[in-house]
Design a protein around this ligand. Structure first.
Ligand SMILES: [Zn+2]
Length: 419
């Protein structure tokens, strides 16, 4: 019996998606700035660590190794050719099919190389990596200016590729405005640009949810149209006993939003603080709000704890698929705990704060569930628990620019469960 249990556990370990299972075992990345990027790519099988358990994030990467990661993350079928293109890339070598695939896809242009030598085992420079990246996505801009202060060091005919990669956010350069084109790219830097490259192809792992508490009419009046312009859904966490009364949204409005892809979820019936309630009263809040949502024909799968979140309550999962917090400024790193979904509280946030949390979502492959209350018109100064339309629009722009998938809580839970 024990043996079967062990086998079952092994199967479960290998079936559980997105838990950074392989990355967890790397010995030298746990405190590295690129840990999240490395983990995502190692788990996706794009790049691997060394047999001794190290990843060597600061080591260089060879041309052949870089091309392999690019071909794998692009998902190009391998196209070996009968006649080798390069004199120093031989048919029996592991890198042969990857390099020939890259040649066939127009990523490597043989004419760029002297006497048909590719030097597959030489470290790849930052500029070459950026050129390959842009070519693999057919990106080029007519520009003699790369966007970097030291771009003049790059031959003119390649500058448009660098510019295009920078414009798409695939490469960022250094804080001093330089790109250092001829430096070798490190394995850690490679992971960062490849994660951005996955997003550019719509294959990023990160998720964004926007949720609004308390059925406030300003969500229908001021947020719904901004969401619609992007085609992004949102989530309304409603206190069911207040819906339809003065100063609250109506069932009709919630339904209209649902038909545009939004989700309605419970924020309890009366917004009473769970810590002051007996078990039977907690059950009453959970059950009553669920029943009401069901009776109205609204979605009723998920729940957000009323008031500042303290400890997950196991009763929540008897009625709902998740219990979301209302206070933490954290993103959910996989695996997520459905009984404590962190919600990142948007309280009149600054633009730098928004960019930083979205960058973290990309870097970690995490799920950020934003949460706020009112949405004020235009650039009107919001109250401390809320935001305005300009900030919401900025946030959605930044999400779109990074190609992060926007989901409801219901959709997000399915994705993180691998369904
Ligand atoms: Zn609340």
């Amino acid at each position: 019996m024990k043996k079967y249990l062990f086998i079952l556990l092994l199967i479960l370990v290998f079936l559980c998606p997105g838990q950074n299972a392989f990355a967890q075992t790397l010995t030298d990345v746990q405190d590295h700035w690129a840990k999240g990027y490395i983990g995502q790519l190692v788990d996706a099988g794009v790049i691997s660590g060394y047999p001794d358990g190290a990843f060597r994030p600061e080591s260089s990467i060879t041309r052949a190794e870089f091309i392999k990661t690019l071909v794998v993350s692009r998902g190009l079928p391998l196209k070996p050719r009968v006649n080798p293109t390069f004199a120093d890339v031989e048919t029996d070598h592991w890198h042969y099919p990857y390099i020939e695939t890259a040649v066939a896809a127009g990523i490597i242009v043989p004419g760029d190389y002297i006497q048909f030598t590719f030097d597959p085992d030489e470290p790849i420079t930052r500029v070459e990596a950026a050129i390959f990246l842009s070519r693999s996505l057919d990106l080029i801009e007519e520009s003699a200016y790369t966007g970097f202060d030291d771009g003049y060091q790059i031959p003119q005919e390649f500058r448009g590729y660098i510019r295009a990669a920078k414009e798409r956010g695939l490469i960022t350069g250094y804080p001093d405005g330089t790109f250092k084109p001829w430096n070798p790219i490190t394995r850690a830097e490679t992971c960062k640009i490849l994660v951005c490259y996955m997003y550019e192809q719509g294959k990023g792992k990160g998720l964004v949810t926007l949720s609004y508490d308390h059925q406030l009419p300003s969500v229908y009046e001021n947020a719904f149209s901004v969401h619609k312009a992007y085609g992004y859904p949102g989530v309304n966490y409603v206190c069911t006993s207040s819906v339809g009364s003065e100063g609250n949204m109506t069932v009709k409005q919630l339904k209209e939003m649902e038909s545009a892809g939004w989700e309605t979820a419970s924020h309890s019936a009366n917004h009473l603080h769970f810590k002051d309630l007996e078990v039977k009263d907690i059950r009453n809040q959970l059950e009553r709000s669920k029943l009401w949502l069901e009776q109205q024909g609204l979605t009723s799968e998920n729940f957000a704890y009323p008031f500042r979140f303290i400890t997950p309550n196991p009763l929540v999962l008897e009625y709902y698929n998740s219990g979301a917090t209302s206070y933490d400024k954290e993103i959910n790193i996989r695996p997520v705990n459905p009984n404590k979904l962190n919600r990142y509280y948007l309280q009149d946030p600054g633009r730098e704060e928004i960019k930083a949390v979205l960058d973290k979502t990309v870097a970690e492959g995490g799920w950020v569930i934003f949460h706020t209350h009112n949405v004020y018109k235009g650039s009107q100064k919001p109250d401390s628990k809320s935001i305005n339309q300009d900030t919401l629009q900025f946030l959605l722009d930044e999400v779109a620019r990074r190609n992060i998938q926007v989901v409801t809580v219901k959709q997000g839970l399915q994705i993180v469960a691998g369904k």
